[in-house]
Write a protein that binds this ligand. Structure first.
Ligand code: C5P
Length: 216
């Protein structure tokens, strides 16, 4: 089991999916789970800061959680949400929803169940190595400069990049300072700065590290 944590735009999704494919493993995008609950909160016209109402939604929705790294589809109550959960409304509201303790407890329990049922899995998020799976075989903490992360997340215009950088900073700040399971590097995580590294290079390094920890 591989835990991949790090801030937004650090390369977690691309790298985790590619690594899972290379290992013929499952892939779990825990950020998509928080995004799917946020989508349901907005669908129901609920204020993301209303913790009780948000908790009720999280308890009542049925999430379909895709774990195929080639096509990790998500649905909420049977409605496919792959596109809208990446949109600006959900991105704006997700940090408030993910800061609610009861929401985290529900989703972490589902994440642990999926991990428990898997023989091989790559799991990405913010608290995987610290909270969800502290006994992972390999824990990776990916970072990259904020400019590079904004460049990856936006089209080429400079104005869009600076707005994206501001949004990334806002979300990182909320995610790393919240009371419940903040974004934090596990003490035993391997830290990899991906600013100047290509995807293939990062995946190759992770495979090499995994070989070392799993070969007797
Ligand atoms: O990874 P992604 O940007 O899709 O995550 C969206 C949001 O979900 C993050 O900004 C964070 O608030 C939350 N999240 C979390 N814990 C995780 C994964 C994501 O709180 N394990």
């Amino acid at each position: 089991m591989v835990a991949v944590d790090g801030p937004s735009g650090s390369g977690k999704s691309t790298i985790s999916r590619r690594l899972a494919e290379a290992l013929a493993a499952r892939y779990l995008d825990t950020g998509a789970m928080y995004r799917a609950v946020t989508w349901a909160v907005l669908r129901d016209g609920i204020d993301p800061r209303d913790e009780d109402a948000v908790t009720k939604v999280a308890r009542s929705v049925a999430l379909t959680i895709g774990v195929d790294p080639r096509e990790p589809h998500f649905a909420v109550d049977g409605t496919p949400v792959d596109r809208p959960i990446r949109g600006p409304e959900v991105t704006q509201a997700v940090s408030a929803v993910s800061a609610v303790k009861a929401v985290r407890a529900l989703l972490v329990a589902q994440q642990r169940k999926i991990i428990g049922e898997s023989t091989r899995i790559v799991v990405e998020g913010r608290d995987i190595g610290t909270v969800v799976a502290p006994d992972a075989n390999l824990k990776v903490y990916l970072t990259a400069s904020v400019d590079e992360r904004a460049r990856r997340r936006s089209a080429e215009s400079a104005a869009e990049q600076s707005a994206t950088a501001a949004d990334l900073n806002r979300r990182d700040q909320l995610d790393s300072t919240r009371a419940a399971d903040p974004l934090r590097q596990a003490d035993d995580a391997v830290v990899l700065d991906t600013t100047a590294l290509g995807i293939d290079e990062v995946v190759a390094r992770l495979r090499h590290m995994l070989d070392r920890v799993t070969t007797p």
